[in-house]
Design a binder for this molecule. Structure first.
Ligand code: F6R
Ligand code: MG
Ligand code: MG
Length: 383
C-alpha cells in the first residue's frame, strides 16, 4: 500500500498574506529530502498556493502516522523560525500548539491522506486552494462524481455507473453521514449547498468502496474558537480507469463557483483556477484561487508535477472568474459579497453592538423624539 499525505500550513506570508517566501520552501525541501534519504518518505514535492506551503508526501506508513505527522510539524516549526528571522507576515500563524503530541489533528495544519493499492498506472491530482474554506470543494466534487453533464463516464463507463458515496462532515457538530449518488442526490445537495456547515470529507466508489477523493476538513476558526487564519483546503483525487478521467475532474473548475473566505475570511468571491505561475494572490487579498498538481505514482514515486490548470483551455474560466470578482466587489460591504454576520471569520459586531445596543428600543415605542431626547440625533447635527 502507498499512502499520499498532503499537509499544508501558512507559517509566514511574503508580502502580507499574498505568497510564500522561497526560503521557506527551500527549508521544507531540505528536511524532506533528508527524511527521504533516511527511508521515511518514498518521495515528496513542496507545493504552494497563496501564502500556504503544502507538503505532498508519499510513504508506506498509512494514514495518521505519528512519524509522518511529526515530520510535517517539524518542517512547519523550522519554516516558522525562518519566517520569524525574515520578519515575514503572520509567522507560525497556522501552528496552534506549542508542541507536537502524536497527531496533527486540531493543531492547525490542513491534512488530506489517502491510502491506495497502486493500479498498473495511478494518476493522482492534488488541488491546493487559498483564501477559501473546505466547503469550496463541495460544488466541484458534486460535478465530478455525481453530474453526468460534467462527467460522461458516469453514464458510459460501466465501472462508474453504480455511482459514488459522499461522506459529508457536519463541521458544527463533528458528525459524518454517507449519501449514495445518483439515488440520494437530492438529499445530498441539501447539505452540499451549505458549504460553511457541511463539507465533503471523502468520496468512495459505490461498487467496491474504493476511496477516490479526500479533502482536508479542518476549520481553523472552529478549532481555535477565534479567528486564526484561513483553513485554505487541499484535496487529492485519483483519476482514470474506473475513476473520473483527468479531464472530467478538471472540467469541474471550468465554471468557477462562488466560495467564502476572500479578504479577512469574510467575503465571497469566485474560485479562480490558476497556473503555478499565478498562484500568489493580490487583488483584495485574492481572489480565492485553486491550482492543481498532477502526478503519476510509480511505486511510491511522485512523477511530476504537471501544472494541470495552467492550460490555455482554462483562460476563459479565468476571464469569467475575474468578471465575477468585479461584480462581487461592486457590492462593497453588502451581502452576498460580505458573508453573513455569523460566518465572518472576524467581526467587530460584538463591540459595535455593545456600544450602540441601548439605541435599539422595542419597535412600536422607539421614535426620533426619544433618540433626540437622549442626544443621539443632536450630536449628529440633527440628521
Ligand atoms: C489571510 C487573509 C487576509 C487577511 C487580511 C488582514 O489569509 O485572508 O485577507 O485577513 O490581510 O490581515 P491582518 O488582520 O493580519 O492584518
Ligand atoms: Mg496568511
Ligand atoms: Mg493561506
Amino acid at each position: 500500500m502507498t499512502t499520499l499525505s498532503v499537509i499544508k500550513a501558512d507559517t509566514g506570508g511574503f508580502v502580507g498574506h499574498s505568497a510564500t517566501h522561497p526560503d521557506l520552501v527551500a527549508t521544507a525541501e531540505v528536511l524532506l529530502r533528508t527524511k527521504q534519504e533516511e527511508g521515511l518518505l518514498l518521495d515528496f514535492h513542496v507545493g504552494q498556493v497563496g501564502d500556504d506551503i503544502a507538503l505532498i508526501m508519499s510513504h508506506g506508513r498509512g494514514r495518521e502516522d505519528e512519524a509522518i505527522h511529526q515530520l510535517a510539524w517539524e518542517v512547519f516549526r523550522q519554516t516558522t523560525e525562518v519566517a520569524k528571522k525574515l520578519k515575514l507576515y503572520g509567522a507560525g500563524q497556522d501552528l496552534l500548539a506549542d508542541a507536537f503530541a502524536g497527531t496533527l489533528k486540531g493543531l492547525g495544519p490542513g491534512v488530506a491522506e489517502l491510502e491506495l493499492e497502486e493500479r498498473p498506472s495511478e494518476p493522482v491530482l492534488v488541488f491546493l486552494a487559498d483564501k477559501t474554506e473546505p466547503g469550496a470543494w463541495n460544488l466541484p466534487l458534486y460535478r465530478i462524481f455525481a453530474d453526468p453533464f460534467n462527467t460522461p463516464g458516469l453514464v458510459i463507463d460501466p465501472q462508474m455507473h453504480d455511482g459514488f458515496v459522499f461522506e459529508i462532515l457536519d463541521l458544527k457538530a463533528d458528525r459524518v453521514a454517507h449519501f449514495t449518488t445518483p439515488e440520494e442526490s437530492y438529499d445530498l445537495l441539501l447539505f452540499l449547498g451549505a458549504p460553511s456547515h457541511y463539507v465533503v470529507r471523502r468520496v468512495l466508489r459505490a461498487r467496491d468502496g474504493e476511496v477516490v477523493a479526500v479533502t482536508s476538513t479542518q476549520k481553523l476558526s472552529l478549532i481555535a474558537g477565534r479567528y486564526v487564519g484561513k483553513d485554505d483546503p487541499v484535496m487529492i483525487i485519483r483519476a482514470q480507469s474506473g475513476f473520473p478521467a483527468v479531464g472530467e475532474i478538471l472540467e469541474a473548475f471550468a465554471r468557477p463557483p462562488l466560495v467564502g473566505g476572500w479578504m479577512r475570511g469574510s467575503h465571497v468571491g469566485p474560485l479562480l483556477p490558476v497556473s503555478f505561475q499565478d498562484r500568489a494572490v493580490s487583488r483584495f487579498d485574492g481572489p480565492p484561487r485553486v491550482t492543481c498538481y498532477g502526478f503519476q505514482l510509480n511505486r511510491g514515486r511522485l512523477v511530476g508535477p504537471r501544472d494541470l490548470l495552467g492550460d490555455v483551455a482554462f483562460d476563459r474560466a479565468r476571464r469569467v472568474a475575474l468578471e465575477m470578482a468585479e461584480m462581487m466587489r461592486s457590492q462593497g460591504p453588502f451581502e452576498p459579497h460580505r458573508l453573513p454576520l455569523d460566518e465572518m471569520e472576524y467581526t467587530s459586531m460584538p463591540q459595535i453592538m455593545a456600544r450602540v445596543q441601548d439605541r435599539f428600543q422595542p419597535a412600536d415605542q422607539a421614535g426620533p423624539a426619544r433618540a433626540a431626547a437622549r442626544g443621539g440625533l443632536a450630536r449628529r447635527g440633527g440628521r
